[in-house]
Design a protein around this ligand. Structure first.
Ligand SMILES: [Zn+2]
Length: 383
């Protein structure tokens, strides 16, 4: 591990974004493990650099402790927030040295380099570099646990953070990798669990009731709906690529044997929600068909992330990157959780196509450029 003293010798020296990214990669924080070590490291870094810090913790379903940080620099209300997560997907260490950061051909490789230890290191470097005396409004760095497995940390920050309290920053950046393009929207997602209960019996007796037969007519109707959604433009939104909602169905009868009637059959129906694409009608279509066949039904999910293309935060981001237009992306982020608190864009170094892969990397040049962009956004909005 790279000692903190070498990345931030004192209050006035900004840590180097490459060193900091490497140090963070070298502290494994796969979602299935506790992220206490990386959180301790970052908490110390914020302390040394004079941030006000709040640490939020919980124990996850597997009994593992998880930690999130809210760090604040500067006084006053509102300000700008940079939102990241500290967990990563598994390292797949059999296939590469995931937790030994290396630099090759202008690429910094390692698990989390792109999603999203590199981006979060860039936000921290930018926030540390800005002169506290010049800040009229605060800068927040928000680091959540468990983004890769259900937003546990972000949800806790959203509901429990006292440091953010009733005064969240007006504008914010979710620093997920976007190749430094400004993202103003992505799809949301819903999942419906539909269950049929039958009665198991050996088929030689003819006494059972197959849960599969009970759920099959529902599945057939969902297959028809999927065709409608793919054809009918009113269920689509051309701002997104692809413009369709990706309705999908998976099912299991828990490996029921061929000579037994299935006691239990479960379908999962997913779709990706978009604004102005009749999401409520889609939900109603699925729900009403489950009810029609007397099937058990649960629903969870969230609407799309969406901010107006002319919003202040979009202008702020475009001014900093020098781009003309903001874009949409097909993947989801923790912007879903925070969007009712702060006006957000998604903007970060690295290409999402290399996130979660063996050989994950972030281009060194983009990492350095990200620090400049974030610094400009802070200066423009807070100084
Ligand atoms: Zn991520």
């Amino acid at each position: 591990m790279i000692p903190i003293s070498s990345t931030s010798a004192n209050h006035n020296s900004t840590p180097d974004v490459i060193n900091l990214t490497q140090a963070l990669i070298a502290i494994p924080s796969v979602s299935s493990q506790s992220n206490a070590p990386i959180t301790d490291y970052l908490e110390k870094l914020f302390q040394i650099n004079g941030f006000e810090i709040e640490r939020l913790s919980y124990v996850d379903e597997a009994g593992i402790d998880k930690h999130s940080l809210v760090a604040k620099k500067g006084q006053g209300r509102g300000g700008i927030g940079f939102f990241s997560h500290t967990d990563t997907v598994p390292g797949q260490e059999r296939d590469w040295a995931a937790f030994t950061p290396t630099i090759e051909n202008g690429r910094l490789l390692g698990r989390g380099s792109c999603d999203m230890k590199g981006p979060l290191a860039a936000t921290i470097c930018a926030a540390i570099a800005v002169d506290t005396e010049k800040l009229q409004k605060p800068v927040y760095i928000v680091l959540a646990a468990d983004e890769e497995v259900g937003f546990g940390g972000a949800l806790q920050i959203h509901s429990e953070s006292k440091l953010l309290g009733d005064d969240w920053p007006e504008v914010g950046v979710v620093a997920e990798p976007t190749s430094l393009q400004t993202v103003y929207a992505h799809k949301g997602g819903y999942i419906f669990t539909v269950t049929a209960y039958g009665e198991a019996a050996h088929t030689s007796t003819d006494r059972g009731t197959s849960a599969n037969f009970l759920i099959a007519p529902f599945m057939a109707e969902i297959a028809e709906l999927a065709k409608v959604y793919k054809e009918d433009k009113s269920f689509q939104n051309d701002e997104f690529t692809p413009p369709t909602n990706g309705l999908n169905l998976t099912m299991t009868d828990y490996d029921c044997a061929g000579n037994v009637t299935a006691a239990l059959s479960t379908c999962k129906v997913n779709f990706r929600s978009m604004p102005a694409a009749r999401g409520e009608d889609v939900k109603h279509d699925i729900r009403s068909r489950a009810e029609k066949y007397n099937l058990e039904f649960t629903e969870r999910g969230s609407d799309a992330f969406y901010v107006d293309k002319d919003a202040e935060v979009v202008k702020l981001s475009l001014a900093a990157t020098g781009d003309v237009e903001a874009i949409t992306v097909p993947y989801g982020t923790e912007a879903l959780v925070y969007q009712d608190k702060s006006q957000l864009v998604i903007l970060g170094p690295g290409d999402i196509a290399y996130a979660h892969t063996v050989g994950e990397f972030v281009p060194v040049e983009e990492l350095e450029r990200a620090v400049e962009i974030y610094t400009q956004m802070i200066t423009e909005h807070c100084c």
